[in-house]
Structures are given as C-alpha cells and as structure tokens.
Design a binder for this molecule. Structure first.
Ligand SMILES: [Zn+2]
Length: 97
C-alpha cells in the first residue's frame, strides 16, 4: 500500500500589478556626453560653483553619473570639487535638514 502524500499548497500569486507607478516622461532621450571630455578647456574647479551646481540636485546632492552623463574620470573630479566646495561652504551639503 502506498500512500499518496500530496500537499496541496495553494500558492496564491494574485499580485495586482496593473497600475504602473510613475509617469515615464522622456527626459532627454539623447545620451549625454561628458561635458568635460567635450570641452577640454574646461577643468573642474571647486571654486566654479556655477558649473558644479549642474552636478548637484536641488537638494544639494551629487548627481549620479547616469544622470549627469559625466564620465567616470571626470565624475570623480566633480565629486571631489563638490566636496571641497562644501567644506568651504560654497555649496550646501543638503538644503533640507
Ligand atoms: Zn569626461
């Protein structure tokens, strides 16, 4: 005699993923090229806050590379410059808090 030990788990997979959160506005479909690479005369200077402001969010956070389009090499420079600028209070760490 063999018993049939089946367990009948009811695996509910009723997640309703009908709604997609977040309207996907196409913001700049073009791939950005690192502006520092394009213009070699531009160097990254921590005193140049007007330039650095492009690389921080409105909250004062450093933009990720994907968003700014800056290459790894220059992103590093930008990050350093922003940090330096923050330290001498040219740029805010965060606007909030
Ligand atoms: Zn670059």
């Amino acid at each position: 005699m063999s018993r049939d030990g089946r367990d009948s788990r009811d695996s509910r997979d009723s997640r309703d993923s009908g709604k997609r959160a977040g309207g996907s506005k196409m913001r700049r479909a073009k791939r950005k090229i690192c502006s520092f690479c394009m213009d070699k005369t531009t160097d990254i200077n921590y005193k140049d806050i007007n330039k650095l402001r492009k690389y921080i969010t409105e909250r004062g956070k450093i933009l990720p590379r994907r968003m700014s389009g800056t290459c790894a090499k220059h992103q590093r420079g930008v990050t350093e410059a922003i940090k330096r600028a923050r330290n001498i209070a040219l740029l805010p760490f965060t606007t909030e808090q």
